[in-house]
Design a protein around this ligand. Structure first.
Ligand SMILES: CC(C)(COP(=O)(O)OP(=O)(O)OC[C@H]1O[C@@H](n2cnc3c(N)ncnc32)[C@H](O)[C@@H]1OP(=O)(O)O)[C@@H](O)C(=O)NCCC(=O)NCCS
Length: 202
């Protein structure tokens, strides 16, 4: 039985919820939460093909903790556009159902996007509900020249620029990094994604 389904908030506020960088010991709780919120069918989605042989970015992926219990998760993954341009794939974003509406996802999104910007990333894409993600600056039109390697509901395929005009003239198929088969639980993205550095060892 998934204990996360039985979490009951002790108060109506989220002021004791702490946002932290995800660590390896959070992995099983993250998996349980994502499974509880998205179900088994999530694994059939095209975005999961991009996550198969790689790992989330450990310097960007976040968890929301309350009294030692994981109540929220936001992950970022390395991708490339047209085999050339480094970018981030955002997701999944999930908050335990008992903690919805307390602003936890908003905090995860603002913190995650700010950190990605600080680390020199320029482009973030996701597949999700546009009515939700538009508040964080994600737009359908910014992804119009991008393609995913499988079926996707186009109205859910969104992008955001972390640097103005980062997507101007950018198009092509989104891929996982070619050399992404790894064994460590997290990758480190480092700075200067457009400055010739790769995802690894920076
Ligand atoms: C979507 C989710 C991450 C929101 O988490 P949360 O911590 O409750 O979000 P916040 O408290 O920061 O924001 C709540 C606001 O988002 C709105 N919202 C939530 N889901 C939404 C959706 N799918 N579409 C539009 N708005 C949505 C709420 O109505 C609320 O609006 P308000 O601020 O005007 O009252 C959470 O409900 C969840 O895990 N859902 C299942 C997985 C999922 O749908 N993930 C992302 C969408 S693909």
């Amino acid at each position: 039985m998934n204990a996360l389904l039985h979490v009951v908030p002790e108060s109506g506020t989220d002021d004791t919820v702490v946002i932290q960088t995800e660590k390896a010991h959070h992995t099983s709780d993250v998996d349980m939460l994502v499974h509880a919120r998205f179900g088994q069918d999530r694994l059939k989605k095209t975005v999961y093909r991009l996550r198969e042989n790689t790992a989330p970015l450990g310097d960007l992926s976040l968890v929301a903790m309350r009294r030692g219990q994981l109540v929220g998760t936001l992950r970022f993954w390395p991708i490339r556009i047209g085999a050339q341009i480094p970018a981030l794939l955002l997701g999944p974003l999930a908050v335990a159902s008992a903690y919805q509406g307390l602003g936890i996802a908003t905090r995860l999104m603002h913190r995650g996007l700010a950190r990605a910007q600080d680390h020199g990333h320029e482009i973030v894409v996701l597949v999700g509900d546009e009515p939700y993600y538009r508040r964080f600056g994600f737009r359908r039109d910014l992804a119009r020249d991008l393609a995913l390697p499988g079926p996707v509901a186009l109205e859910r395929f969104l992008a955001r620029e972390l640097v103005p005009d980062a997507l101007r003239g950018v198009g092509g198929m989104i891929e996982a990094p070619r050399d992404a088969t790894i064994t460590q639980p997290f990758l480190v993205s480092g700075n200067g994604a457009h400055n010739g550095r790769d995802w690894f060892g920076v």
